[in-house]
Design a protein around this ligand. Structure first.
Ligand code: PMV
Length: 320
């Protein structure tokens, strides 16, 4: 007897998904390597304790998405390009799975500042729709992220999914044993566009491939040294490498005067500081512990930032 052929978009697991599922994913900060990771140089990332939850109620047809950006209703199979960039990934996920769904997104992650609000939403959305964790979720979440901007490296998705500290590179993601770091996050007050910043860096690279290649090589060395610093729990060395990374980010044009001012203030009191994520606005992170966190919060606030302290999330995606 011949096996019946699977219809397009029919996933074996879709039959096992209960009526309502909820998944929660953490924000992330890039400790070293943003932008250069797009060109295959590694990056070190940390999931942090700010969260996005996505609840999914099964529907026979149509996709409804509700979030801090309002509520949108789509017919099943609608082109995700017609959805706002905030709701497009969810429609992409539902279409990929051939599912109808009523989706509610709750997020405490500040949007557009480099803390991975979009990646956390994609990971939680994919986790809730599949009601599982693992490689299928990562693939689905990354496709969803690419529906907004095709040029992402996948590093953010990997960090939000796995939690903890990870190194992301050409061969994928590897988790560190390290229990986690503590960061002061300082918001510049200006949202950024990852797509625009990545495009500007590409232009910079194309203007002088040799110079860009040389910086990539140095960042690669920095990441190797930072890996050893993390393995040895050496905050002084890790922080110094983060501050050095800021110089390279300035060289490729993704810092700005506000970031420079906040970074300079943070570097005076913390182990090290830099912009995180795409830059050109967004936020700065400073590596701290109990000995210097309060002072660093004070110094970045004096420099005009809104700031908070955040710890490493060790769990990554949680399904409930
Ligand atoms: O600012 P975010 O959270 O979108 O982070 C972007 C990080 C980049 O390295 C600039 C792009 C990427 O996909 O790795």
């Amino acid at each position: 007897m011949s096996t019946p052929k699977k219809k397009k978009n029919e996933h074996a697991y879709s039959k096992d998904v209960p009526m309502i599922t909820k998944a929660t994913a953490p924000a992330k900060a890039i400790l070293l390597g943003e932008h250069f990771v797009v060109y295959g140089t590694g990056a070190i990332l940390c999931a942090v304790q700010k969260y996005t939850s996505v609840s999914v109620e099964a529907r026979s047809t149509g996709v409804r998405v509700s979030s801090r950006y309002g509520c949108d209703e789509f017919a099943s199979g609608d082109d995700p390009k017609n959805a706002s960039r905030h709701h497009r990934p969810i429609l992409q996920i539902a279409n990929d799975l051939g599912r109808g769904a009523d989706v509610t997104i709750d997020s405490e992650i500040p949007p557009g500042v480099g803390l991975g609000s979009s990646s956390a939403c994609c990971v939680a959305g994919a986790g809730a729709m599949l009601n599982q964790n693992g490689q299928d979720v990562e693939d689905l979440a990354l496709r969803a992220e690419k529906s907004v901007f095709d040029g992402v490296s996948g590093a953010d998705t990997a960090a939000c999914l796995r939690g903890g500290l990870i190194e992301f590179g050409a061969r994928g993601a590897r988790s560190f044993e390290h229990a986690g770091v503590s960061l002061v996050v300082a918001l510049t007050g200006r949202e950024h566009s990852t797509a625009e910043t990545v495009a500007a860096v590409r232009q910079n690279k194309e203007r002088d491939e040799d110079a860009f290649g040389a910086v990539c090589e140095q960042v690669g060395g920095l990441i190797g040294d930072a890996r050893s610093a993390l393995d040895a729990s050496d905050l002084v060395s890790l922080g110094a490498h983060m501050s050095q990374n800021q110089k390279f980010l300035t060289d490729i044009g993704v810092s700005d005067p506000t970031i420079d001012r906040i970074v300079a203030a943070a570097q005076r009191t913390s182990y090290g500081a830099k912009l995180t994520g795409a830059g050109a606005g967004g936020c700065v992170i400073a590596l701290v512990d109990d000995s210097n966190a309060a002072k660093t919060l004070g110094s970045v606030e004096d420099a005009g930032a809104t700031a908070f302290r955040v710890e490493t999330d060790c769990d990554g995606l949680r399904i409930s």
